[in-house]
Design a protein around this ligand. Structure first.
Ligand code: ZN
Length: 50
């Protein structure tokens, strides 16, 4: 089942909402496959949200 899968906005991978790497930006939660994806997002979130 994929009901709890979301797309990592950095690399496009499907990730589970259970992952520890997440960021909240403008009230929305984003999930990342790895810490380095989260760090890339945190540096410049405006570039990745649409
Ligand atoms: Zn990623």
């Amino acid at each position: 089942m994929f009901f709890n899968k979301v797309i990592d906005p950095i690399c496009g991978m499907k990730v589970s909402k259970d992952v520890p790497n997440k960021s909240v930006y403008k009230g929305k939660t984003y999930y990342f496959c790895a810490l380095n994806c989260k760090q890339t997002f945190d540096k410049d979130p405006e570039k990745y949200v649409k």
